[in-house]
Ligand binder design. Structure first.
Ligand SMILES: Nc1nc2c(c(=O)[nH]1)N[C@H]1C(S)=C(S)[C@@H](COP(=O)(O)OP(=O)(O)OC[C@H]3O[C@@H](n4cnc5c(=O)[nH]c(N)nc54)[C@H](O)[C@@H]3O)O[C@H]1N2
Ligand SMILES: Nc1nc2c(c(=O)[nH]1)N[C@H]1C(S)=C(S)[C@@H](COP(=O)(O)OP(=O)(O)OC[C@H]3O[C@@H](n4cnc5c(=O)[nH]c(N)nc54)[C@H](O)[C@@H]3O)O[C@H]1N2
Ligand code: SF4
Ligand SMILES: [Mo]
Length: 908
């Protein structure tokens, strides 16, 4: 493993290649990282040689520094972590899972180590940069120049102040990707006080369609945790939990035991890591999961394998779920826990037998029978594990409902060995800004959002509400069409929308159109290429305050991000001096605070007043100005850091402040700390353990649906769809027609719109010109989009079944390859109606004939010297999002990645 050579940076024309005119000082700084690394190497070697034989590893761990708590945000597992910081060099040398975590203990996943490469990446942005070339475009060198924080913040404040003066605050926009739970400050409160409704999150390019399933069956717009230690059957749908998905660390720990005690079956068009280690692989035709789910439900009911206590029973005990026969609802006595199973059978399942599904899904009927039977034979200790693959598709919402409803049929919902949610946590909401919102802002906030959510064609029914969710990728069209309004000033943070959105070419255009764009990132990403201002961010795992949470093994933990490089993280001076490598600041706290000060200079002081009034240190009551008076920029920077610390203390106060938790606060139970220092030093807090079945109405609980029970008949969905139709003075059938679904309210020839049901996949591209289905999947070493510039990502690409180190291959079944005349290593072009990319053929049996699979995450033309072939000039590999067109599962607002994407493959 070689850290890429920092001495490259001194290459004479590097500045030009980077498109960043960087001064000599920066190269020297980069050089200094290299020097530390080199000297550390010697230090460790000598330390190792003095340690006792066999104990070198322990010597390293025990004697070189302290393990400090933080959080890994490498994926949505958000594992609590511990970081070993070397005493002598103040350098992070190791990370691991937090030893006290009841979810994963010290065991993390290998991706944590890549975070260290991110931290010390010589290509990080080390100080603010301003664009000097007013022209914007992919092929236009931005000609960035370094500037001071004071100048940078002033520039941004000028732009915002101007919008306010012109009474057009709705032309301001914030986008976010990953975040910590200090996010409301930048993502919600800042635009609210300025007066813009336009805060757009990445959620709909992430996994919203997945949440649709549990929402419209049991009323939970949330991810599940899976009780794998108690389970006897795991049926994973497009989820690859030892490689991606959520809680990879925990599920990887448990996977060996799981295979001993349970059967694992994986529904996947490609042989994923999990499929390769499981008992059954159902190599589904992309987009046809809904057919399998309906057929499995059919078998479970036909054979009388459902869970009586959860679902109910025929009054006389005779099973009337006979294929092709309708059931009289009066003959069935529903349990207190659920409703509508008879309707589901009558409207959808009665004729969906395994033969019917086999024809569509390309999986043998006897395998469907066997898997459905063994799944239900595990009783309630069976998991139907819903990943993004089967549902981030044009009509994916209904497949999500069907797949999740299988958990209802076998009674594994909230039950031992089944699908659990998170026990209640003791975080507190940050102070609310409502009092600081003035009239100009109120008017701005009345505008429609730029992603057009809630329009007839974008129901985005999060939490049952019309327009309740985001339609991330459509914001690009909103910006381009100035519909509902023009966007003049954008702050983007912790995302790379010009790369991560399907048909990302549209974002390049949209970003080029925005007159002023500031981005807060660690790297010069594709998005930064279009920015006017790059504000360099602290690294989330090592250099800042924040908080995330993990859910697994029956618990939820609250995990702190701490600035581990500072000796005393509570001391703002120490954090600014020692807590970060470069002249970088924290997106969610310090930057909004500095901006508030600068806006106040320009006559708009609502934001500053809010921060000053509402964010004192909750321990001492000291306000920011009492702690650091003075109006020079240094005092402001210190207040900004104190603000960060106070914000995290306020957010976590119930956990560490006995007086607070014993007051009015509705304490949910869980660990109790007696002081901030005690909590901060440990950095992790546990809930109580999930109590099985406590939400079952038969046990005195309630589900979050409109009916309060688990719904097989989609009553909550009916209400949500009717709400959306009413808002547009139309009927549900029109909504479904406009949104491209097949279900209807009352039409013999169409599926019932409310029950979980099969919808045919919809091809993006005609099958004749684009004969292959494209199967996109995450890299085992992707840290979402953030490990792109680490060498290990590229060196170890073969941790993905079928991939090759340092290459970006496309996996093609040898039978298809023979027809195309392709051999291993042949250069190819992948073409779709959206665009084309270049790749290399890899003949591999692990993909279904008729499909090609390609790992996501390559194809950067910016981001850094490792990520790109030539920074700003040439891409390394091909970005899948250039061929995945922009389309939507409109009921959830989700972007489509799977099932419907069709491509042509040609030899280059
Ligand atoms: N290693 C790693 N892990 C991660 C992340 C990461 O970047 N890297 N990111 C995290 C994030 S942000 C998220 S949202 C989660 C998402 O985690 P998941 O929801 O589990 O993952 P997706 O990437 O949406 O799912 C893609 C999978 O579906 C399969 N697939 C494609 N088409 C179909 C189909 O038609 N049917 C079926 N059944 N499967 C299909 C693909 O082969 C792939 O295995 O992962 C998190 N975990
Ligand atoms: N084809 C395809 N596309 C996908 C996916 C896929 O599986 N296939 N996955 C989708 C999913 S699930 C998601 S969640 C999105 C993720 O996509 P985005 O939400 O766009 O986020 P990332 O790409 O992870 O963010 C990368 C940016 O974060 C910056 N960054 C890195 N570390 C930090 C930090 O500590 N602080 C700050 N402020 N910035 C930092 C980097 O400079 C970089 O530009 O991508 C989606 N896009
Ligand atoms: S599973 Fe995700 S959050 Fe946990 S250590 Fe790995 S990358 Fe980090
Ligand atoms: Mo995601």
């Amino acid at each position: 493993m070689s850290q890429h050579d920092t001495t490259n940076d001194t290459d004479a024309d590097e500045g030009r290649r980077f498109g960043l005119s960087v001064g000599r000082r920066d190269f020297m700084k980069a050089g200094a990282v290299g020097a530390v690394a080199a000297s550390m190497g010697t230090g460790l070697t000598s330390l190792a040689s003095t340690a006792e034989a066999g104990g070198t590893r322990d010597a390293l761990v025990e004697h070189t520094g302290d393990w400090k708590p933080s959080t890994c945000a490498g994926c949505t597992s958000w594992c609590s972590a511990q970081i070993l910081v070397d005493d002598q060099t103040n350098r992070v040398i190791r990370t691991r899972g937090h030893e006290d975590s009841k979810i994963h203990g010290k065991n993390d996943c290998p991706r944590q180590d890549l975070a260290i490469q991110q931290l010390y990446d010589p290509d990080r942005i080390t100080q603010p940069m301003k664009r000097t070339n007013p022209e914007k475009g992919k092929d236009v060198d931005p000609e960035f120049e370094p500037i001071s924080w004071e100048e940078a913040i002033d520039m941004l404040a000028d732009e915002i102040a101007e919008l306010r003066e012109n009474e057009e605050p709705e032309k301001f926009m914030v986008t976010r990707g990953r975040y910590t739970y200090l996010r409301p400050i930048l993502y919600s409160y800042l635009p609210q006080i300025i007066g813009s409704p336009n805060n757009i999150s990445h959620s709909a390019i992430c996994a919203e369609a997945e949440k649709f399933g549990p929402m419209y069956t049991e009323g939970e717009w949330a991810y599940r945790q899976y009780d794998v230690t108690e389970s006897r059957y795991v049926l994973a749908w497009g989820a690859d939990p030892i490689s991606t998905n959520r809680q990879v660390s925990h599920y990887s720990n448990e996977f060996g035991d799981l295979l001993d005690q349970a059967t694992v079956a994986v529904v996947e068009p490609r042989l994923s890591s999990t499929a390769s280690k499981s008992d059954e692989w159902l190599p589904v035709e992309p987009g046809q999961d809904g057919a399998l789910a309906s057929a499995m439900a059919h078998v479970i009911l036909r054979d009388g394998l459902w869970h009586r206590e959860f679902v109910g029973e025929f009054a006389d005990g005779e099973n009337r779920f006979v294929p092709d026969k309708q059931v009289d609802p009066d003959t069935f006595e529903e349990s207190e826990n659920s409703q509508g199973v008879v309707e589901w059978w009558n409207e959808e399942l009665s004729d969906k037998d395994p033969e019917w599904a086999a024809e569509r899904a390309g999986v043998p009927a006897d395998q469907i029978e066997r898997v459905a039977t063994e799944f239900a034979d595990a009783g309630s200790r069976a998991i139907s594990w819903l990943g993004g693959g089967p549902v981030m598709q044009v009509r994916g919402s209904y497949a999500a409902m069907a797949i999740h409803a299988l958990n209802g049929l076998v009674g594994s919902v909230g039950n031992r060995g089944g699908t659990l949610y998170a026990p209640g946590t003791a975080t507190e909401d940050l102070p609310a800004p409502d009092e600081y919102v003035d009239e100009v802002a109120e008017e701005g906030l009345d505008n429609e959002k730029i992603d057009q959510r809630g329009r007839l064609e974008f129901p985005a029914l999060k939490d049952g509400e019309s327009g309740g969710g985001v339609v991330t990728n459509n914001a690009a069209d909103g910006i381009l069409d100035e519909d509902p309004n023009e966007i003049k000033v954008l702050i983007s943070y912790w995302n790379n929308f010009a790369f991560s959105n399907p048909e990302s070419q549209r974002w390049e255009e949209a970003l080029a159109k925005i007159p002023f764009h500031a981005t807060i990132e660690t790297h010069a990403s594709e998005t930064a290429w279009f920015a006017d201002l790059i504000l360099p961010a602290t690294h989330h795992q090592f250099e800042r305050w924040g908080q995330l949470r993990s859910t697994g093994n029956g618990y939820r933990t609250i995990n702190l991000h701490t600035p581990v490089l500072a000796d005393d993280p509570d001391d703002p001076e120490d954090v600014l001096e020692n807590g970060r490598l470069w002249d970088v600041k924290t997106d969610e706290t310090e930057i909004p605070y500095l901006l508030a000060e600068s806006l106040a200079d320009k006559g708009f002081d609502n934001l500053l007043e809010f921060f000053d009034e509402e964010f004192p240190d909750p321990d001492s009551g000291t306000t920011l100005r009492e702690e650091y008076a003075g109006d020079d920029f240094r005092s402001r920077e210190l207040r900004a850091q104190a603000f960060s610390r106070n914000a995290i203390k306020l957010r976590t106060q119930p956990m560490w402040d006995p007086a607070y938790r014993n007051g009015d606060y509705d304490w949910p139970g869980g660990e109790e700390f007696d002081s901030w220092e005690a909590f901060r030093e440990r950095g992790i807090w546990h809930t109580e353990k999930w109590e099985y079945r406590h939400r079952w109405p038969s046990e005195g609980g309630e589900f979050g649906t409109d009916s309060g029970v688990f719904e097989f008949d989609g009553e909550t969905l009916r209400n949500a769809l009717e709400g959306h139709a009413d808002r547009h003075d139309t009927d549900v059938d029109t909504v479904l027609d406009v949104c491209n679904y097949q279900g209807r309210v009352d039409d013999e020839d169409a599926p019932n719109a409310f029950v979980p049901h099969y919808e045919e996949p919809y091809g993006m591209g005609d099958a004749e010109s684009y004969p292959f289905k494209f199967v996109d999947h995450k890299d085992r070493l992707n840290r979402e989009g953030r490990s792109a510039n680490t060498t290990w990502l590229h060196e170890f690409r073969d941790v993905n079944p079928g991939d090759e180190p340092n290459k970006d291959v496309t996996k093609i079944n040898p039978r298809d390859a023979a027809e195309l005349g392709l051999e291993d290593g042949d250069p190819i072009v992948i073409r779709s109606p959206a665009g084309e990319i270049e790749s290399e053929a890899k003949l591999w049996e692990g993909v279904r004939p008729g499909t090609v699979a390609k790992t996501w995450g390559q194809g950067h033309w910016a981001y850094g010297q490792v990520a790109a072939e030539e920074f700003g000039e040439a891409a390394r590999g091909g970005s899948n999002n250039m061929v995945i067109g922009a389309d939507y599962d409109r009921l959830s607002g989700s972007s489509v990645y799977y099932g419907d994407v069709q491509v042509a493959i040609e030899k280059r």
